[in-house]
Every structure is written in structure tokens, then in C-alpha cells.
Design a protein around this ligand. Structure first.
Ligand code: GDP
Length: 295
């Protein structure tokens, strides 16, 4: 991901490298190219506008700064603005002092929720914490089986009830089970749909009210581009989310969704999925991502 954006930005910086100093003229041209590069990468147009305005006003202010070459000044400005739109700092999971910490995963079907439940469990296990996975997709028995398989692989308990048709009740019993067995973290894998619908939102709200989760993480598929941002916005407005996990960042999506989501929703990206395997998962660091984009 970000390959095309990286290439375009490199081209802009290369051009500036030949300049003796930053002038209004060459800033204007460089800014224009950055704007095109961001739009082509599918970044939300409002986010692009803010980005460009900020870089432009700062670049004009830097004209007098003589110690750095124009391309160095400009790269730093773009880097800092990227870090800013990506959320500035790393946002970890809020672990409760008295366990279990309850994490609810929400998102559309196919976004990678179930895989991410396994990845999160593995992430916490590495940290020496015990986990319980709750299979709360009452509509798709295959999703329950998928979580059971992951639980076996990870040697972590999975709470499920294939007979029950009440997702709220399953979540409550899952959290009770985690309390009884003194688990540090409960991860609830909720149902998804192909599209947002009223019933799903009602169910998620009911689960939220019943188990009072410490984190509601929206699992977003980077491959669906700006739709992921719009869906995140709707989930946030309907149930309130505390973080985003971007999956499939290893794919060839243009990356604009990941660059837009924090600005559009106000909710930070907390983790990224970078492959199908359970350890293809990382805490999200805005500065590292910005450096990766700039190459
Ligand atoms: P759910 O319907 O939201 O529970 O989605 P799943 O967890 O079943 O994932 C849907 C598909 O996406 C599966 O084929 C996963 O292997 C795949 N997937 C999930 N996360 C990633 C990721 O970070 N990278 C890649 N390449 N594939 C992923």
C-alpha cells in the first residue's frame, strides 16, 4: 500500500532538490503536486484541503529559513502534517486496573473481525495476559467455528452457544465466564452485515449497554477505500467507537482511507493488520506510517 503515493511524493521532493531556496513559486508548484498525489491516493477531499492549507502556510513561513535545503524543509513539513492527520501519537488499548478489560469488535462482514479477534488475543498473550474470545455472531455458524479454530491454535478459551439466538445474552455470559476464570481480557466478536442496517445497530447498542465495554474497536477493511471511512463514521454516530483497526494494509489499496479516518471520525487508529497470519498485526504508530509513506 502507499506505493503510488510514495512514488509521487518522491517526485515532488526530487524537483525541489534542484532549487536553491524555497520561493512562493516553487512552493506553489510542489503543493499542487502533493494535492494531486493525495487525491489520487483516495484521501478524503476535506482532509486534503486541510493538509494542503497547513503545509502551504507553514512553507511560506519557512522561506526565510536558510539552514536547510528546500526539499528538506518541504519533506519535514509534509511528514509532520502526515503524522498530524494520522493522529500524532500511538493510542494503546485502555486496560482496566481490575480485569477483565472488555473489548468489543464491530464492523462489516468480511472486514476481518474474526481474524482480528485472534490477532488481538495473540498480541495480548505475548504481553503475558490471558484472554477469552466470545463468538457473538449468532447468524453465521461458520463464524463461530472460525473463532473456535483460532482459539485452538492460540490455546485460548472460546465462549460460544450455538443454540442461543440472543447476542446480548451471549456477550453477558461470556464476560461472566471471563470473570469466573480470571481472564485479563475478553474479546467479543460481534456479527457483521454486508451493509449497515438498523437491526445490526440495535443489537450492537444492546450488547454495549449490557457489558459496558472498555473499548469498542471498529474493524475497517482498507481495500474498500473511502467506504470504510463512511461506515466508520456511521458506526461512531450510532454506537460510539473508541478506536479503529485497519486490516489488509498489506494489499494494494491506495491508502487514502487510512489517511482520512482519524480526521473524519475523530477516532484514532489503534492497530493495523498486515496479512492473514495471526502475527501479521501491529500497534499503529503515526510517525512510522508517515515515514513509510515518504520512504
Ligand atoms: P469477518 O467477516 O469480519 O469476521 O472477516 P474475517 O476475519 O473472516 O476475514 C475476512 C477475510 O479477510 C479472510 O480471508 C481473512 O484471512 C482476511 N484478512 C483479515 N485480515 C487481513 C489482513 O490484515 N490482511 C489480509 N491480506 N487479509 C486479511
Amino acid at each position: 500500500m502507499f506505493a503510488a503515493l510514495n512514488e509521487k511524493l518522491q517526485g515532488v521532493f526530487r524537483k525541489l532538490r534542484g532549487e536553491v531556496k524555497l520561493t512562493e513559486e516553487n512552493i506553489k508548484e510542489a503543493i499542487k503536486q502533493v494535492r494531486i498525489a493525495l487525491l489520487e491516493a483516495d484521501v478524503n477531499y476535506k482532509v486534503v484541503k486541510k493538509f494542503i492549507d497547513n503545509v502551504q502556510s507553514k512553507a511560506i513561513g519557512e522561506i526565510v529559513l536558510k539552514s536547510l535545503t528546500p526539499d528538506q524543509v518541504f519533506i519535514k513539513l509534509v511528514h509532520d502534517e502526515l503524522v498530524s492527520i494520522l493522529g500524532s501519537h500511538t493510542s494503546k488499548i485502555n486496560l482496566k486496573p481490575n480485569p477483565p478489560t472488555v473489548i468489543m469488535l464491530v464492523g462489516l462482514q468480511g472486514s476481518g473481525k474474526t481474524t482480528t479477534a485472534g490477532k488481538l488475543a495473540k498480541y495480548f498473550q505475548k504481553d503475558g495476559r490471558s484472554t477469552l474470545l466470545v463468538a457473538d455472531d449468532i447468524y453465521r455458524p461458520a463464524a463461530i467455528d472460525q473463532l473456535i479454530v483460532l482459539g485452538n491454535q492460540l490455546k485460548t478459551d472460546v465462549f460460544y452457544d450455538k443454540e442461543s439466538k440472543n447476542a446480548t445474552e451471549i456477550a453477558v455470559r461470556g464476560v461472566d465466564q471471563a470473570k469466573k476464570s480470571a481472564k485479563d481480557i475478553v474479546i467479543i466478536d460481534t456479527a457483521g452485515r454486508l451493509h449497515i442496517d438498523e437491526d445490526l445497530m440495535k443489537e450492537l447498542k444492546s450488547i454495549k449497554n449490557a457489558v459496558n465495554p472498555d473499548e469498542i474497536l471498529f474493524v475497517a477493511d482498507a481495500m474498500i477505500g473511502q467506504d470504510a471511512v463512511n461506515v466508520a463514521k456511521q458506526f461512531n454516530e450510532a454506537i460510539g467507537i473508541t478506536g479503529v483497526i485497519f486490516t489488509k494494509l498489506d494489499g494494494d489499496a491506495r491508502g487514502g482511507a487510512a489517511l482520512s479516518i482519524m480526521e473524519v471520525t475523530g477516532v484514532p487508529i489503534k492497530f493495523v493488520g498486515i496479512g492473514e497470519k495471526l502475527d501479521a498485526f501491529e500497534l499503529f504508530h503515526p510517525d512510522r506510517m508517515a515515514s513509510r509513506i515518504l520512504g
